[in-house]
Write a protein that binds this ligand. Structure first.
Ligand code: ADP
Ligand code: ZN
Length: 723
């Protein structure tokens, strides 16, 4: 009898699925998670949809080894994997790998040996036995070791009670990943605007249909409070919800707020969560025991049993774009997952992306707005400091005007933040004697001085050297000068200018990692710091109750480069960071140091003219045919030598099919021409919105291997980076 053959997708960077034979005593359906031989290895795979590849001879087929005792990957998630792979031209197996992130979850967690009350107390009741019985009479089952430890007795006492028939051994289920949140545990008293917004969101949940809503609310307007109501409505339906946040590992405060609202913490999904807990969460979501997850972009690929809502918080954030492996945008794919699953998606931001704003204006997304801060808090008053007139002293970066404002703020017992989006001490080091500049030996980038650690470091590849005493080119001693500021250099200036104040530098390269940063953020919130110097890390979603003044050291940074999104990014960054001020009471202030106070972006921010900014930026994008009015794909070619990279790039470009809808720019040398010793050339493909980018690229690149003889081709759909 011919045995069944099924397609199985395996999490490797190859197009699949591959055909496997089902042993006679096994039954599998699409979605089943299986163990299969793959080359010389064994891997986890998922039985996929469709017919198996019939071209493989029966004698070459191998058997599925076993089926995991685990809920199958549902049809929606399988379709989603197919969709993402197709859209980003990535191997399906590579996308599946993002789903199978918790291999320990595939087998049920073993039960724990435990005991519970079974009969009357024994006649001989020692004090040790009494202590045990007191605990167990509270009604819970206990693990044997836990009971012995809590009662302060040896395990032989427990065994004795089992022997006497007072207790009985019982296997306890493993602990739940998280407790169940209750939708009506402690609802917030919403203000009028929030109520209108929440009602809209709840109605979308109750409709049980795909719909995207932009929740556009100024910083501190209570977006979190508002989308909590949508989560509550989802919980009432018995369905699951996921909230995606950038930097979730740092913004622990939202977990506490969730607990206050729902009586239990949500599941937490990001790279800092321990493997055991990740496995519990993964399995709990697959079997429906876990209702809500708050997580990083990768939570989009979790195996929800019945997902009913995705919230993308700070939807404009660039952290939603993964740049390596499968370069996907989790914000966009959240909308796709909602479409496939037929449920609502909420995109929340105080500074929505241009794409999302355009979708809202075009009516593809609904939009609800929160125009005022919650409670007594008001939006900060913003103004510029014209650096051409208010010059800092020589070798300094803080203007006297900004320093005076900081003094006044600190004298009132409030906090101030100085923001500069540049890590380290100085972005460039050069020799005063011979002009030598320190460049990374592997990249076309300047080495950034990190004075605290005593190194020069490449921010592109991480290469670092000890800061030398003398110039390696001319040998002069003490001739090296630091050019320009990073946060460490601002901290040095602050230490002199604001001596005696409690200061803290906050930057992603702070030693001690996420755990340390989290503690530091909490200490700021508790008011244990007067003056904070920080990179974009501090701009993201934090609530600092005592923060009254935000000084932006260099508001022009980011406006100068050739990135088509520079204006948008600068607007978002400045609005977010100044939005940290005055979130609780009083009047916050934001001061922007700039050489170009008349630049449209700076003017729009200071005037609080969000609508004006969006209208202007949308118009620019429309005229240029840029997203969302057109489509872009970047093709980056790299090789060991400049000549090889250039030749490969030209060869790839020469194969581009002629099609009046598609315009190819380049190849040109990339702005960062060399990274980690690999020479890079870029091409940019532009097409109208209605064009089928994927079909065109597939046709074009069918005969071009993505990797061959040290040459590599990287395709980036909807690129965010143009470097
Ligand atoms: P956003 O996410 O829009 O920046 P948050 O949800 O963090 O704003 O809310 C800002 C602050 O205002 C939080 O401390 C929150 O608890 C508070 N808040 C929000 N809504 C209300 C409300 N209706 N009444 C009182 N305080 C509120
Ligand atoms: Zn480098």
């Amino acid at each position: 009898m011919a045995r069944a053959v099924v397609p199985v997708l395996v999490p490797v960077a190859l197009e699949g699925p591959f055909s496997y034979r089902v042993p006679a005593d096994m039954t599998v359906a699409p979605g089943a998670i299986v163990h299969v031989p793959f080359g010389p290895r064994q891997v986890i795979g998922v039985v996929w949809d469709g017919m198996p590849d019939g071209s493989v001879g029966d004698n070459r087929l191998r058997d599925i080894i076993r089926v995991y005792d685990c809920p199958p990957i549902g049809p929606d998630l399988r379709r989603f994997v197919d969709w993402v792979a197709h859209y980003y031209l990535a191997p399906r197996g590579q996308v599946l790998r993002m789903v199978l992130r918790a291999p320990e979850a595939l087998d049920p967690e073993p039960s724990i040996p435990g005991v519970r009350r079974a009969g009357a107390a024994p006649e001989r009741l020692t004090t040790a036995r009494q202590r045990v019985l007191q605990l167990i009479d509270e009604g819970f089952a206990w693990s044997k070791s836990g009971l012995a430890a809590s009662a302060g007795v040896s395990s032989s006492v427990i065994d004795g009670l089992i022997g006497a028939g007072t207790l009985e051994a019982a296997m306890l289920p493993p602990p739940a990943a998280v407790a169940r949140p209750e939708p009506d545990y402690c609802p917030a008293a919403l203000n009028a605007e929030q109520t209108i917004a929440a009602d809209h969101l709840v109605a979308a949940i109750e409709a049980r249909r795909y719909a995207v809503t932009l929740l556009d609310g100024v910083t501190g307007s209570g977006k979190t409070e508002t989308f909590f109501e949508a989560i509550a409505a989802t919980l009432r339906q018995g369905r699951q919800a996921v909230v995606m946040m950038p930097e979730i590992a740092l913004t622990g405060a939202v977990l506490a707020r969730f607990e206050a609202r729902f009586g239990a913490r949500p599941g937490e999904w990001h790279s800092d969560v321990a493997p055991r807990q990740r496995a519990r969460l993964w399995r709990g979501l697959a079997n429906g025991d876990v209702q809500v997850v708050v997580g990083a972009r990768s939570s989009l690929f979790l195996p929800f049993r019945d997902l009913g809502l995705i919230v993308v918080d700070e939807e404009h954030d660039t952290a939603y774009k993964q740049e390596d492996r499968v370069p996907y945008n989790a914000r966009d794919m959240a909308v796709v997952r909602g479409h496939i699953g037929g449920f609502p998606v909420i995109l929340a931001s105080a500074t929505p992306s241009i794409e999302t704003k355009a979708n809202a204006l075009a009516g593809r997304y609904a939009e609800v707005t929160l125009s005022e801060r919650a409670g007594d808090a008001r939006l900060p008053r913003l103004s510029t400091v014209d650096l051409r007139r208010h010059k800092p002293e020589f070798g300094r970066f803080l203007s006297p005007l900004l320093c005076e404002e900081v003094d006044k703020t600190l004298d009132r017992g409030e906090q101030a933040l100085l923001f500069l989006n540049r890590r380290g001490y100085a972005p460039l080091t050069l020799c005063r004697s011979c002009g030598h500049r320190f460049q990374c030996p592997q990249c076309t980038t300047w080495m950034v001085e990190h004075r605290f650690r005593g190194v020069l470091m490449c921010h592109c590849c991480g290469h670092s050297i000890r800061t030398p005493q003398s110039c390696p080119a001319c040998g002069d001693l003490d001739s090296l000068v630091a050019c320009g500021p990073g946060v460490e250099r601002i901290a040095e200036e602050v230490a002199e200018r604001f001596a005696g104040r409690r200061t803290l530098v906050l930057s992603s390269d702070t030693p001690g990692g996420t755990a340390r940063l989290r503690l530091e953020l909490e200490s700021i919130a508790r008011g244990e710091v007067d003056l904070i110097i920080g990179t974009q890390l501090v701009a993201k979603g934090h609530n600092f109750p005592g923060l009254a003044l935000v000084g932006v050291v260099d508001a022009d940074l980011g406006l100068a480069n050739g990135d088509p999104r520079a204006a948008e990014r600068t607007f978002q960054m400045l609005a977010q960071v100044t939005g940290r001020a005055g979130r609780f009471s009083g009047e916050g202030r934001g001061l922007l140091q700039t050489h170009a106070p008349d630049h449209p972006v700076i003017k729009a921010i200071v005037a609080g003219d969000r609508d004006g900014f969006y209208a202007h930026e949308l118009q620019e994008r429309r005229l240029a045919g840029l997203p969302p009015y057109g489509r872009l794909a970047a093709l980056v070619v790299s090789a060991d030598t400049r000549d090889a990279a250039h030749a490969f790039a030209r060869a790839v470009a020469a194969n581009a099919p002629a099609d009046p809808d598609f315009t190819l720019y380049g190849p040109v040398e990339a702005p960062i021409a060399v990274i980690r010793g690999r020479h890079r050339f870029r091409m940019l493909l532009k097409a109208p919105r209605a064009a089928d980018m994927q079909a065109y690229l597939t046709r074009w690149l069918a005969a071009t291997p993505k990797e061959q003889g040290g040459r590599r081709l990287h395709v980036d759909i909807d690129p965010q980076s143009f470097l």
